[in-house]
Design a binder for this molecule. Structure first.
Ligand SMILES: N[C@@H](CCC(=O)N[C@@H](CS)C(=O)NCC(=O)O)C(=O)O
Length: 230
């Protein structure tokens, strides 16, 4: 049994995508990041970076933070959605696209969204920098997907699960941008998976709902620094 410390954001969806594909039993533990639940001492014990998602693997007595580490732990433990070490070439394909998402697509789209939607001033340099970098990364995906079904080859993998929740939001960044047909086909094919629908349905639970963000909540989320941690 797994406990998934979760809030319905793209990084949270990555893990419900895996858990719903696998059919494993898991409990949702809501982490209302708008209300500061990421700073609860009990949560910080398993997620010292005060970010969700985090996973408690009750069977092994292990807890993890960072969505990429969580996906890799689940995939390796159960031998699903990543080739084993004995198939090093296929495994390397998954790992490089997983790390590409964690280091590139996720952070860049996160910043693009922040400067476009939440920053108190509209700063064109920041908006353009992060929007353009996100679009560049999406074009890399589009090219990659021209001759294979999924990011790492012909099998759906944890690299796709990591990239999907961000990439599906991509069209909102620049609706007039030249079409990315391979990326669009990939988004549609993952959206059509029954497990994807179940993963996103978790976001409809009443205990993970939040409305418009208040000024106080924005301050809590967007004005963190070293003193937040000490
Ligand atoms: N690299 C981390 C990023 C996690 C992350 O940024 N989580 C956000 C929500 S998407 C969060 O918990 N924010 C709380 C805060 O900013 O205090 C991962 O992939 O797990």
């Amino acid at each position: 049994m797994y406990d998934l410390h979760y809030w319905p954001t793209p990084n949270g969806h990555k893990v419900t995508l895996f858990l719903e594909e696998s059919g494993f039993e898991y409990r949702i533990v809501p982490v209302n990041i708008r209300e500061g639940a990421q700073f609860d001492p009990a949560f910080l014990k398993i997620a010292p970076n005060n970010r969700m998602p985090a996973l408690v693997d009750n069977e092994l007595g292990v807890s993890l933070f960072e969505s990429g580490a969580i996906l890799l732990h689940l995939a390796d433990k159960h031998g699903m959605f990543i080739p084993p070490a004995s198939r090093a070439a296929g495994r390397a394909e998954v790992l490089q696209w997983l790390f590409w998402q964690m280091a590139g697509l996720g952070p860049m789209m996160g910043q693009a969204s922040h400067f476009r939607n939440y920053a108190p001033e509209k700063i064109p340099y920041a908006i353009d920098r992060y929007t353009n970098e996100s679009l560049r990364l999406m074009a890399v995906m589009d090219k990659r997907l021209a001759d294979r079904e999924f990011l790492a080859g012909n099998d759906y993998s944890i690299a796709d699960m990591a990239a999907y929740p961000w990439a599906k939001l991509g069209h909102a960044l620049a609706p007039s941008e030249a079409p990315m047909p391979n990326l669009a086909r990939w988004v549609e094919s993952i959206a059509a998976r029954p497990a994807t629908a179940r993963a996103y349905a978790v976001a409809d639970r009443p205990d993970v709902q939040s409305g418009e963000m208040t000024e106080e909540q924005k301050k809590r989320l967007f004005h963190q620094g070293a003193s937040t941690v000490r």
